[in-house]
Design a binder for this molecule. Sequence first.
Ligand code: EPU
Length: 342
Amino acid sequence: MDVYSHYPLKQCNTFGFDVHARLFAAVNTTDDLRVLLSDNRYRAMPLLVLGGGSNIVFCDDFEGLVIHPQMTGIEKQAEDAEFVYLRAGAGVVWDDFVACAVRHNWGGVENLSLIPGHAGASPVQNIGAYGVEAKDTIHQVECMMIDTGERRVFSNAECAFGYRDSIFKREWKNKTVVTHVVFRLWKKPVLQTRYGTIAGELKNYSERSIQTVRQAIIAIRRKKLPDPAETGNAGSFFKNPVVRRETAERIAATDPQLVVYPVDDTFVKLPAGRLIELAGWKGRRMGNVGVHAQQALVLVHYGGGTGNDIVALAAAIQQSVYDKFGVRLEREVNIIARKDDI
Ligand code: EPU
């Protein structure tokens, strides 16, 4: 296994920020990972596990070791009358996994088509789109403990999944590396088409199947979300905020278009994209960064900018949404701070 010095990360983060890692190691097997984690040269260094780099902002070079899991392969681990259990390596490109499932007519992840990133990150932030979350199909998450190199398997319940949240962002943050994920997919798929825009898009197709749902989702995403290969971005920059019903009613009174998603008797989720749009940010540019013109929840990097430009833009948006609506937006994307700020 090679460990590279002063490794360029520009191609390894979907914002396309031009930063370097002091050290960078791509690991292909769990044995390689164990060897790396037990090497005394690296034990005192900051570590960063970087999958597809689609949910991260680098404000500076990373002065530590970047571990890039590249365990590949999708294998059928088990099956019964209802389900098939597929084990994917952390380095499998997420959409290749979805395409594989859809090709075999195994249901559950088709609504998560075209999400950038790797399978290993899917449980960490419990990726979600169009009414479905990764947690709905994740059966087990296989990890390696950073301190001991020991293998540990987390059941779905142990992952403590929430909206864009899991135990890997909390108690186990910086303590484990996801090596494989086992998904439980339906042999007789049940289509999830309640989410407004899917039903509309599906009218363009003659049949309803997981194949056409995948095509419809790809079409919707291509219309609304910028392709990271063309314009740097990390998908939704903020989470949709959960607020008390009274707060939502107060805002809805001034905006008939506001869609509110019920959470429980007391709380509802508000679309952050709408709040950002109402605060006047949609399509606005600040130097080399800006707010996407088709989806205000997505911040974009036009080239030549830095992570600090994005952080400054995000802070300005948070402040103006707070001033206008009294609602605090929480970032969804991880920030690797400037060296001076650590
Ligand atoms: N909206 C606006 N203006 C905007 C953007 C959105 O008014 O500029 C309104 C829409 O009209 C709609 C509502 O906000 O009524 C929701 O918009 P959309 O369906 O585009 O979804 P979202 O809530 O903005 C979430 C996820 C996305 C996921 C979509 C589709 C989060 C933080 N984001 O966005 O996930 O693709 O739903 O399911 O939950 C990601 O996490 O990176 C991501 C892209």
